[in-house]
Ligand binder design. Structure first.
Ligand code: CTP
Length: 433
């Protein structure tokens, strides 16, 4: 067992005095109203693993609105927003810090995969309605017992043994999104399915449980999954859990596809790093890569619940992508090359770059197109370089690429700074006029 004093000390070390002070104040305000407050769910799990300060969720045993409004009234600059429909509130501090409050509740699922009916409850009951033991722990903020650790279902032991365990046999049937949540937790925290939970998962899958879920709820979970930084591991796990039909009609051909996904993630990072203000739907890049080898109609079927604009672009790209490499090789004028790239959306271009890392025709012309579109190509072209005495050939392409990079990095801006840069790099002799 973890004594309250130890939790207190750990909170202080990990989250710092200022945040701890805020939690003490809320604990006191909630206790004065006779409605105790608890840290709960993912933030307790992350705290026990010494992860960076997570989003903080509080559970209130009683009227959330009263607690939120009392906090807002007592604490200068703290704004409160109450959502009557969900019985939740958000406290917004002047420095941007935010706390989410929810009323402790019990959930009743009128039908499998339906949205639950909820009723107020005590914290112990609130914990058992949750998805996994690792998310069913709480820490009291009550002044009398600040730091008391509630772990009625053994979440801490499961975390230590790296086990993902549901709290009751109906969990996946009640809410199938938990299957995909579980997969995300398994990947993020390197957890194994506990044996009984694995059996329950298999049973739920035999009942075609995802078909009962609204497409929008399913896609939200799939999108979270696709956003994991360790997406290749998540896709492998998706295969191991027999869940690939959610994304594709055929299993993932792991090795080659995962390598493409990794490169797709690099392309996404490249774009965000150099063009942070640019809007890019990362998921569209990844889905395009994942769907390149499946029938178009299968992609269309799965995109039914996707935000319309992005979905249309993905389908359009999937139509065109397979013809682009040969068309690029055959294009005789720069304008023909540009037209081919223009026929794709930005995610489609990045997907193609990820797919053909070995093809200089594709990577160089694609990257050049992206930079040119953004006014960031090298101020010197191949002809300029030859006029400066560089020999034609593949090495000229390499120098041009380095010049594009230098332009992108802000190291050069016009012909003269580019010439000086080439001299500094030892590519041109320093005697160059
Ligand atoms: N929860 C649940 N079943 C769900 C969704 C959420 O039981 N289908 C509970 C879990 O106890 C979870 C908490 O609600 O810990 C908060 O959910 P959420 O904010 O979605 O996830 P976190 O666990 O906080 O994890 P993350 O780090 O991904 O935000």
């Amino acid at each position: 067992p973890l004594p309250a004093t130890q939790i207190h000390q750990m909170l202080q070390q990990q989250w710092g005095d200022a945040l701890l002070q805020r939690l003490h104040v809320i604990g006191r305000i909630a206790a004065n109203l006779g409605t105790p407050a608890y840290l709960v769910g993912g933030c307790v799990r992350d705290f026990l693993q010494n992860h960076p300060v997570p989003d903080i969720d509080l559970a209130i045993e009683g009227d959330v609105r009263a607690v939120a409004e009392a906090c807002s009234a007592e604490l200068s600059g703290v704004q409160c927003t109450y959502h009557a429909h969900f019985g939740t509130a958000i406290l917004q501090y002047p420095d941007g810090f935010q706390l989410d409050l929810a009323r402790c509740r019990i959930e009743h699922y009128p039908a499998p995969a339906a949205l639950p009916e909820v009723q107020p409850a005590a914290i112990q009951t609130d914990l058992i309605r949750r998805d996994f033991t690792i998310n069913a722990m709480a820490i009291s903020l009550d002044p009398e017992k600040f730091g008391d650790f509630l772990d009625p279902y053994g979440g801490r032991a499961d975390l230590q043994r790296r086990l993902l365990r549901v709290l009751h046999p109906h969990s996946f049937l009640d809410d199938p999104t938990r299957i995909l949540r579980g997969l995300r937790f398994a990947v993020r925290f390197q957890l194994q399915l506990e044996a009984n939970t694995r059996g329950l998962l298999e049973e739920a899958l035999t009942q075609d449980i995802f078909a009962r879920l609204s497409g929008a709820r399913l896609w939200r979970e799939l999108k979270y999954l696709l956003e994991l930084s360790d997406l290749p591991a998540a896709l492998e796990e998706l295969g191991a859990w027999q869940l690939w039909p959610l994304l594709r009609p055929t299993p993932l051909e792991v090795e080659s596809l995962l390598a493409k996904i990794r490169r797709g993630q690099q392309e996404i990072r490249w774009l965000h790093c150099h063009f942070p203000d640019e809007k890019l739907c990362d998921t569209a890049v990844l889905l395009t890569i994942l769907w390149r080898d499946i029938p178009w109609a299968e992609a269309e079927k799965r995109l039914h619940y996707w935000p319309v604009a992005d979905g249309r672009y993905i389908l359009n790209d999937l139509h065109r992508l397979s013809k682009i490499p040969a068309a690029l090789a055959a294009a005789s004028h720069p304008s023909a090359v540009a037209q081919l790239w223009e026929s794709l959306s930005l995610p489609g271009i990045l997907a193609l770059l990820a797919e053909y890392p070995e093809s200089a025709t594709i990577t160089e012309s694609g990257r050049y197109y992206l930079l040119k579109q953004r006014g960031l190509t090298s101020p010197l072209n191949g002809k300029d370089l030859q006029a400066m005495g560089l020999a034609p050939g593949p090495q000229l392409g390499t120098v041009l690429r380095r010049l594009h990079d230098a332009r992108l990095d802000g190291a050069i801006k016009d012909k003269e700074t580019a010439r000086q840069w080439l001299i500094r790099q030892g590519i041109l002799p320093s005697t160059q006029p």
